[in-house]
Write a protein that binds this ligand. Structure first.
Ligand code: FES
Length: 315
């Protein structure tokens, strides 16, 4: 998967428009340097922006997947973040050339069925593209967006237009917390629930989806995960015919590399999907922000996830 992507030549784009969506959120329009079509993507995909120092930050594509002349991303300034969003807000302007990581999608829509899109705050970004795809395909969906009032709402005109047509419900959380359980419960069984937002929002939707079948529950988080440390566990990399121990101050990714089991990585905080490994057995503790409940039955992210005692990997 990602191995092939990483071997492609670097892709450079030029910023052709910046719009201040809210006090904290800017949207950036990116075009190929020669004006050609950009690589295709599907709704839910993200790109990486390579910042000075080769740090890569990931942002969902917000525009229609049918539009390949430009990519649209939105970046929220996080004063207490790791500095990536502050750099984008300070240094990226119209005319800036950026190196990007091509679109990848670990949050793809299902081929059929009704879809509930649930977004909190900046978590609206992948939902914008998903709503456009579902709308264009004439498929049943509803978008519920919770945010701190109209002034904190990016893409406001577009979202208010969806709401006016009955395709979206906009909830102002300054007037009271959204009843996430009620929002989920009123959807018929068999509805795919997609959600993205703050840690608290994600926890609330996960709780609301507790009784739903895992294959219908999908989420993505760009908050960096904190790898659980401290526990020592054993690993059998079955296809490589290697066994080793992961120490308490080591990630599974580090241990795989130390034992010469090839594995790619980019973000190393559980948000890009590059280091996904299949496992066959083990008491896995997942700490990533992108695998669905169903995917977690057979895959894990080696940069942040661990096992309690033992793990058998299909690598
Ligand atoms: S390297 Fe990005 S999820 Fe592990």
């Amino acid at each position: 998967m990602s191995t092939l992507l990483e071997k492609l030549p670097p892709l450079y784009v030029r910023v052709t428009a910046v719009s201040r969506e809210t006090d904290l959120i800017n949207a950036y329009c990116l075009e190929a340097l020669d004006g050609a079509d950009l690589p295709a993507f599907t709704a839910g995909a993200h790109i990486g922006i390579v910042m000075p120092g080769k740090i890569t930050r990931y942002y969902s594509l917000c525009g229609s997947a049918h539009q390949r002349k430009h990519y649209l991303i939105a970046v929220q300034r996080e004063a207490s973040g790791r500095g990536g969003s502050l750099q984008v807000h300070r240094r990226v302007n119209v005319g800036t050339v950026l190196q990007i990581v091509r679109p990848r999608n670990f949050f793809a829509l299902p081929d059929a069925g009704r879809v509930l899109l649930l977004a909190g705050g900046i978590g609206i970004t992948p939902m914008m593209s998903m709503a456009a795809t579902l709308e264009q395909a004439g498929r049943p969906y509803h978008l519920v967006y919770t945010t701190r009032g109209a002034a904190a709402m990016p893409f406001r005109t577009h979202l208010e237009g969806l709401a006016a047509r009955g395709r979206a419900t906009l909830i102002d959380t300054t007037l009271g917390r959204a009843d996430l359980r009620h929002i989920v419960e009123r959807e018929p069984e068999g509805t795919h629930v997609y959600f993205c937002g703050s840690e608290r929002f994600m926890a609330g939707v996960q709780e609301a989806c507790r009784d739903r079948s895992p294959e219908y529950v999908h989420w993505e988080s760009f908050s960096p995960a904190s790898p659980a440390g401290g526990n020592v566990f054993t690993v059998e990399a079955r296809r490589s015919n290697k066994s080793f121990t992961v120490s308490g101050d080591q990630s599974l990714l580090m241990a795989l590399r130390e034992n010469r089991v090839p594995i790619e990585s980019v973000c190393e905080n559980g948000t890009c999907g590059t280091c996904k490994v299949p496992y066959l057995e083990g008491d896995v503790e997942h700490h990533d922000g992108i695998l669905s409940v169903a995917e977690r039955q057979s895959c894990m992210m080696a940069c942040v996830s661990r096992a309690k005692t033992r793990l058998v990997l299909d690598v």
